[in-house]
Design a protein around this ligand. Structure first.
Ligand code: FAD
Length: 435
């Protein structure tokens, strides 16, 4: 008698980590009727109360994964003014310390820049919606697309083993429990345990020489300080060994602020530490009036050390069967605002390949095809993002503002303009001949 079981029902996958990547991958797999369980170490799904910006590639990826996901984003998206919709950032001079004294900027131009005039604008290429959301609100919307039976909380993964004579994997958790699945999809972020199990400790994240102050300002106050146009549209302020970005979130009720800074080493075992207003103000004392006002108004700021991953030689392993996805595979600095977006791209490609896998053998081939297509692009993001941080902080082109402008205007289109459907076709072509 013919089986009534759909081929995909023979797969029973474990997703480790319920951040943006884990939830997005679950949404993608559930769309293809694939059995999936999310194991999250925290007691519930959760994100921090800061903003995250998505480019057109990310939003197209959401729509391709599921119209409900794109609608969830749309419910959280904060638009800039219609006349500014096409602008990624308006770029201004933040630090007033030195520019102009070295002959690179004419004295009269420098005076204009010091008075707050924009230096240039970086336009989005690529069609489609884009823009910032409040992380926690967006994650809550994604959670609504996940059936209650899918997540298991307080499940911190310690180890993955393969029982003798079985193709399955067994996940071992800190609470002493274990679970058997067909494969592990490691979506456990920058401090990934699945990455460590696959690649060893030497591929752990490394400090990038940058840290950020993150904080929020009520929009009414921001408008008072900066004026409506500057507060309600994305701005980037450049400086020596630091820069600052601001963009509106929560439908324009809040201004999201990320203020970047540099230091050689990071010795604290914590990557997020509390800070004081005095420390921040001291760090930006040579910056102009807009930036000084922003720093003074940031509510409950934290310091976040920025780490990124050294290149992973592979994103998957066969014994036990593990595949790394999102930040677990390629955690990046945030300088191109694309880390989470590229995680969403991963989920679109991998979800569709797994949908065709149908068996453990098929999963191996799906993971290989995923790695071949995704690894070069995602590693490029990590490296170019690191370079972008140096650029904005006058550490690669110095304060040659024309060179900085040229570089900024040409560095994002390969991220935003990707044709994800064509990428999936390429991945499927790698996957199929081995069938
Ligand atoms: P995470 O969000 O880290 O989620 C991992 C999950 O796994 C967590 O829920 C964690 O609790 C769980 N977990 C960890 N270990 C275990 C374990 N052993 N067992 C079980 N569960 C575990 N990207 C953009 O696209 N745009 C931006 O504007 C942007 N801004 C950023 C600003 C800053 C300052 C930073 C640091 C990053 C920024 N990013 C941005 C990058 C973006 O935040 C990340 O790429 C994205 O959040 C990664 O999502 P993830 O789900 O892969 O990992």
């Amino acid at each position: 008698m013919a089986s009534t079981t759909s081929p995909n029902e023979s797969l029973n996958l474990a997703i480790v980590g319920g951040g943006i990547t884990g939830l997005t991958l679950a949404i993608s797999l559930l769309k293809h009727n694939i059995n999936v369980t999310i194991y999250e170490s925290a007691a519930s799904f959760g994100e921090i109360g800061a903003g995250v910006g998505f480019g057109p590639n990310a939003v197209r990826g959401m729509g391709l994964i599921s119209p409900e996901m794109e609608a969830a984003y749309e419910r959280c998206r904060t638009r800039q003014w219609e006349s500014k919709e096409h602008i990624w950032f308006t770029v201004r001079l933040g630090d007033h310390k030195k520019v102009g004294d070295n002959g690179l900027v004419k004295r009269e131009d420098y005076e204009k820049l010091k008075n707050g005039a924009p230096m240039f604008e970086v336009y989005y290429t690529g069609d489609g919606p884009r823009g910032g959301v409040h992380r926690a609100h967006f994650l809550n919307q994604l959670v609504k697309l996940i059936p209650e039976s899918v997540p298991r909380f307080c499940k911190r993964l310690l180890d993955v083993t393969q029982p003798d004579g079985s193709e399955d994997v067994v996940l071992h958790f800190a609470d002493g429990t274990s679970a058997q699945h067909t494969a592990v999809l490691g979506c456990d972020g920058i401090k990934s345990r699945t990455r460590e199990l696959l690649l060893g400790k030497e591929k752990r994240a490394v400090f990038t020489g940058k840290y950020v102050y993150r904080g929020l300002i009520p929009m009414a106050k921001a408008v008072e300080m900066l004026g409506e146009e500057q507060a309600m549209n994305s701005q980037m302020y450049l400086g020596y060994h630091g820069h600052m970005i601001t963009f509106p979130i929560e439908k324009g009720k809040t201004l999201n602020v990320v203020a970047f800074n540099s230091c050689e080493t990071w010795t604290d075992s914590r990557w997020v530490v509390p800070t004081t207003k005095e420390e921040m103000v001291a760090n930006y004392r040579t910056w102009g009036p807009s930036c000084s006002a922003i720093v003074a108004a940031m509510e409950k700021p934290d310091v976040w050390a920025l780490f990124n991953h050294p290149p992973a030689p592979t994103y998957h392993g066969s014994q036990p069967l593990i595949c790394l996805v999102g930040d677990a595979a390629h955690a990046s600095t945030p300088h191109q605002g694309a880390g989470a977006g590229i995680c969403i791209e991963d989920c679109y490609i991998l979800g569709n390949l797994i949908a065709e896998a149908r068996s453990v053998g098929g999963l191996h081939r799906a993971f290989r095809a995923y790695e071949e297509i995704r690894r070069p692009r995602t590693l490029k993001l990590v490296e170019t993002s690191r370079q972008a941080g140096l650029l904005y902080d006058f550490e690669s082109q110095g304060d040659d503002l024309e060179a900085v402008e040229r570089d900024m205007k040409s560095r994002m289109s390969w991220i935003w303009d990707i044709n994800l459907v064509a990428e999936l076709e390429k991945a499927k072509a790698i996957f199929r001949p081995l069938n």
